[in-house]
Design a protein around this ligand. Structure first.
Ligand SMILES: CSC[C@H]1O[C@H](OP(=O)(O)O)[C@H](O)[C@@H]1O
Length: 364
């Protein structure tokens, strides 16, 4: 999407062959573009969240395989790369999906043919993600149109959590794609952006991208969402997902479950933008079966921001010696989900509806 009027994807390959990403750790204050030159760079970029967001993690891993195949296309290298990249972050299923896809394409090939094929497939995965997200936007636009019509063309207030915007994907975003399409159509949309502790992806990334596109929005603390819903200030919630089960349980950034409970209690529609590579057909019960990443306590005890002199610093907000727990995701049971906005339409959050929408994938 656009940064200062110029179009970017969140990951791309230069004509020179270099793979580049935006190092999102420094946004919104600094735009740092980095080259990922070897397998370790790709592993570090995913684990340390230079890049993040389920679809972007998958796309990055795909290019990580390609870069390693150019270095060493042997079976052992292919196997080791799968293990190294798969070990970076456990929750987003797109990582495994992309690595499995690269293995499917590369395993049958002679080693000398693997690098070219890997770069080709990685580029296709990126292009497919962009098209999937564009279609999610068009399907989600219908929901926003209906709410706008019921309000006589009045403002549609959307709450988002974390960042499921274009920096979480190759382009468009998932939860933000319907918003961008609605704004482009002239619908009056306002977004309440959950800051999303502890890493503040909402404050640092969603607010940044909405600013760049002139989308009306307010930043709110995570704990304000229920209050706004009680007072009729939220018309719908749209969130992303890192893994959705075959029966429609939705794993997403920590705090999503609480938003879904508040939405249910206040009759606010709760939608999940769901690209099909984020569906894990092998699991049913999200709470019991999805591995929840536990990240370091420092993400909770410290916060990063821009100092008065412009330097980006991290400050400690809790006492020396205070420990912290940092589960990075939670699971919203399907019964709290109004609908799943997929590239093939809006689907009910249940096994039958998902299997009917994706018979080609569910039966694999
Ligand atoms: C479009 S997937 C975005 C999804 O990923 C985020 O997690 P993280 O920033 O830790 O990678 C968050 O759960 C978003 O909803």
């Amino acid at each position: 999407m656009k940064i200062n009027g110029k179009h970017y994807r969140a990951i791309w390959r230069e004509p020179s062959g270099e793979v580049k990403v935006i190092d999102q750790r420094w946004l919104p204050h600094e735009l740092r573009i980095v080259t990922l030159a070897n397998r370790k760079d790709f592993a570090d970029a995913i684990y340390e969240m230079w890049v993040r967001g389920a679809p972007l993690i998958g796309a990055t891993a795909a290019y990580g395989v390609a870069v390693q195949m150019a270095e060493d296309p042997s079976d052992a290298s292919l196997d080791e790369t799968y293990e190294v990249l798969h070990a970076t972050r456990p929750t987003a299923i797109n990582l495994k999906w992309a690595l499995d896809e690269m293995n499917r394409v590369l395993r049958p090939l002679a080693p000398e043919a693997r690098a070219e094929a890997a770069y080709k497939r990685a580029a296709e995965i990126c292009d497919e993600d962009v098209e999937i997200n564009r279609r999610i936007g068009l399907n989600g636009l219908e929901i926003i149109r209906e709410i706008a019509a019921k309000k006589g063309g009045g403002r549609v207030n959307v709450l988002t959590h974390c960042n499921a915007g274009w920096p979480a994907t190759v382009d468009w975003g998932t939860a933000t794609s319907p918003i961008y399409h609605a704004v482009e159509e002239g619908i009056d949309v306002h977004v309440f952006v959950d800051e999303t502790r502890p890493r503040n992806q909402g404050a640092q990334l969603t607010a940044w991208e909405l600013n760049s596109h002139g989308v009306s929005h307010d930043l709110i603390v995570d704990n304000a969402g229920g209050h706004l819903m009680q007072h009729g200030e939220i018309d719908l919630v749209i969130v992303g997902t890192d893994r959705t089960t075959a029966r429609g349980d939705v794993c997403n950034k920590i705090g999503t479950y609480l938003k879904a409970l508040a939405a249910k209690a206040n009759g606010v529609p709760f939608y999940v933008a769901l690209p099909s590579p984020t569906i894990d057909w092998t699991v049913q019960d999200g709470v019991k079966e999805i591995p929840i990443e536990e990240r370091g306590p420092e993400e909770v005890t410290h916060v990063q921001g821009k100092a008065a002199d412009g330097a980006i610093i991290s400050v400690q907000i809790s006492p020396d010696g205070t420990g912290a727990r940092n589960p990075a995701f939670d699971v919203t049971p399907a019964e709290l989900v109004t609908g799943l906005i997929t590239e093939r339409g809006v689907v009910a959050a249940d096994a039958e509806a998902l299997a009917a929408a994706f018979p080609d994938l569910a039966s694999r």
